[in-house]
Design a binder for this molecule. Sequence first.
Ligand code: B3K
Ligand code: ZN
Length: 864
Amino acid sequence: DRKIRLADYRPPAWMIEQVRLDFDLAPRATRVRARIAFRRNSQAEGARPDLRLDGRRLTFVGASIDGAPLDQQALSFDAEGLTVPAAALPGDSFTWECETEIDPETNTELEGLYLSRNMFCTQCEAEGFRKITYYPDRPDVMAPFTVRIEAAAADYPVLLSNGNPGATGGLPGGRHFAEWHDPHPKPAYLFALVAGELVAHEDRFTTASGREVELRVWVRPGDEDKCAYAMDALKRSMRWDETAYGREYDLDVFQIVAVDDFNMGAMENKGLNIFNSKYVLASPETATDADYERIESIVAHEYFHNWTGNRITCRDWFQLCLKEGLTVFRDQCFTGDERSEPVKRIDDVKLLRARQFREDQGPLAHPVRPEEYIEINNFYTATVYEKGAEVIRMLRTLVGEDGYRKALDLYFERHDGEACTIEQFRQCFEDATGRDLSDFARWWSQAGTPRLSMSEDWDGGTYTLTLRQQTPPTPGQDSKAPLVIPVATGLIGPDGAELVPTRVLELREAEQAFRFEGLPARPVASVLRGFSAPVTLERQLDDATRAFLLAHDIDPFNRWQAGRDYAVAIALRLIAGGTIPNAWAEALGRLLADDSLDPAFRALALELPGEDEMAGEVVTRGGLADPDAIHEALRAMRAHLGGALGEALATLRARMAVTGPYSPDAGAAGRRALANRCLALMLAADTPEAHRAAEAQFDAADNMTDRIAALAVLVHADAPGATPRLDAFLKAWEHDPLVLDKWLTVQATAPLKDAAARVEALTGHSAFEWKNPNRFRALIGSFAVGNAVGFHAADGAGYRLVADWLLRLDPVNPQTTARVAGCFETWRRYEPGRQALMRAELERIAAAPALSRNTREIVERILG
Ligand code: B3K
Ligand code: ZN
């Protein structure tokens, strides 16, 4: 398979002025007529170039140029598209017309035009449009689109595409049509079409300048009552983008469609976002607090793309972080503003470490802006998205809030309607703030997580903090240069009061010392406040200092971090044969009882590190991970807390009970999170009272958050109360696949010795429709990344099960297969026995004869 390189980028030879598409929809044979006005790119010089169009799995029907039919012999076809030789082109501008036929029904890859339960829908990012018609399918070719859709009226009463609505009407033979016009030039990856039996939840929004926008959330009949939260989130997002960035919406309608078969979360198609139904539909009985929050943030994310991604898009796919990193950062800030900023920050850092640090530590490590790829769909990664967002956050920290807003204003003003690069984005920051950011730019090109170490010096009144940075080698990048790292630091006095408020230290060299003078007493430093840079901070601290920071740091992130470090240190001690100090539970007990602290924050502080995170900690310290030892250490720690804090947990849980009707707001969600964390720790102590409490909570719950939390603790403990409740749950929700996903996941993540066999049995259950990506991820995906005991079973049964299913899914859906295959990326972290078993499964996958390009690239890179 061919490698695509950033260095090989060439501007397009032909640009497009206008596109008109005519769809005649039928499941097995959809006709697509494209009429495209081409104009030679004035930037490209020399003789008139050939016209190269991308196209995959299209049946060519016919083509003409300026109305004159083309002889098929005049075109040269290959597996990736067609070429019209320059000699056949009449001049520097002409109209290309082409008719193709496609087969949506057999399109199981869910890319291009496909069917999801009788609904036509599209997914074109990154390169799916070429499966619809011949086209220069690259983001730097932007054009206004007019679309006409024709279909059987009874089967497909609703016909949607991008932009504003145009003519509609009936046609002979029970058919009808609808036209749509999108005046904003866009790349083909933002094209969307939906047709089917849908109902709309409607609302309106008036923009800051007075434009009236009709809002619609389209779902299947029966789901209308589950759209209110997504709609509310949409309106709040629209307002937020006006207030925080001065950005208004720019069409007469904004529509969201929920589809059941979708490879990822959602897609920002211009004016017609298409969503995985999991991230639209919610009711108190079917969705958890976490689901509500996720819906809110994904609705916001896709909406924010309208400016960061759609109006200003990427020049080429190497620039993906230009739209993704920035848009993730924007949605993170939105959630922080709508809910709790510190809690959101902690959640985001947890995710960054669990996914991005893990990626950076292994064979799939790559820069935020990669320089080569085989399959672009494999680069929608935690590094591009989450680390990409961290880079924007650091920029804001370095130039300040005002500088940041000025730079973004300039970016929108200068590049609206264009396809851009990271360099152009950075130039806006330099021009708006006068800062030289050339060293900072390394964050986009250098892969790997920098390690920060520190030493301290106290000399009667002067405190010196020496910081050192070093980034370990990653595939293809052996030596690393120092980065510009903003290290937000505060100093705390021995009495717990803030001695020196937060100051951003700019670490630019491999080693640098920072002095603080005139201090009355030796301080305790709070370093990397708010997680001001995506680095690992190596710091030797004693338990007492950790407990001190946990009790006194005014920076909520570092307060949480102190507790996390404390727990990691104890887990490492246990793995090495040590014991749990009583001071740990005492420190957590004090925090727990502190009602001045947000319950959501306390819930986070009571959570122990995950098994995967611990494996990373072991490897960072030069060891190899033993999954059994890690699991046993964490189990013992939970049991210890459950025992030591038993009374306090039960009391707090009762105090956190939420009264009144369910509401997904952050306050109520935080109380439920804390109550359920208490319940989990109570169950870890395995008392009859704890079992009764969990059973009663499940039986009486009026919302999914409390119900599934109770079910999870029972199932994960293999408690006698689990089986009847699993059965009851199944019976109650048989008809709702999204709820059944939870039923599958709760079982798939149970840390039990025979987990692989249990999951294997579940693959035979009718709830497991394996070709649906949500079902596959709910069972196989969550087992692979959410069940360390099962996946890493010493006999290899977990690895084998996952590999078997990846091999089965690959011919059907390469994108989802390749994504789930990432679960093997950590294989070199483990002790030799596990390494050999994981490697054997990877080699078995790699040896499969017709493996997809997607999965082959991932598996071969993982093997190294
Ligand atoms: N831009 C899409 C992701 C497309 C993934 C293509 N394999 C969703 C998002 O980031 O908003
Ligand atoms: Zn995005």
